[in-house]
Design a protein around this ligand. Structure first.
Ligand SMILES: [Zn+2]
Ligand SMILES: [Zn+2]
Length: 110
């Protein structure tokens, strides 16, 4: 395989919201993939679970736009959304446990 031919599946993982106003990238290989079946994920996704990748928190970098906090339920879990299209993009936890959860559907190559 030529160098760069597998670009879509190597870092940085490029990601964004549905309308394109928010763009972010992940500069590290995801630590794990999980299907979270908690009640909050069910309510926010309207589905049985939400599919996430855990990535090192410092490796998640917003490159365009300013996400807003949504899905309010306590102060420790901060769900980041696009303020225009309302896409649920990623979740940071405070205090930072060292990882953030990114919705798999936000990845350009989910
Ligand atoms: Zn958007
Ligand atoms: Zn959950």
């Amino acid at each position: 395989m030529k160098p760069g031919a597998n670009h879509a599946l190597s870092t940085p993982y490029r990601s964004g919201c549905r309308c394109g106003r928010i763009r972010f990238r992940i500069d590290a290989t995801p630590m794990m993939t999980m299907a979270c079946h908690c009640r909050g994920c069910q309510q926010m996704s309207g589905s049985a679970f939400s599919l996430n990748v855990a990535v090192p928190s410092a490796a998640l970098i917003v490159t365009q736009g300013e996400p807003v906090i949504g899905g309010l339920h306590g102060e420790q879990v901060r769900h980041h959304h696009c303020d225009h299209c309302k896409s649920w993009l990623f979740t940071r936890i405070e205090p930072d446990p060292g990882f953030a959860n990114v919705r798999v559907g936000a990845l350009d190559t989910p």
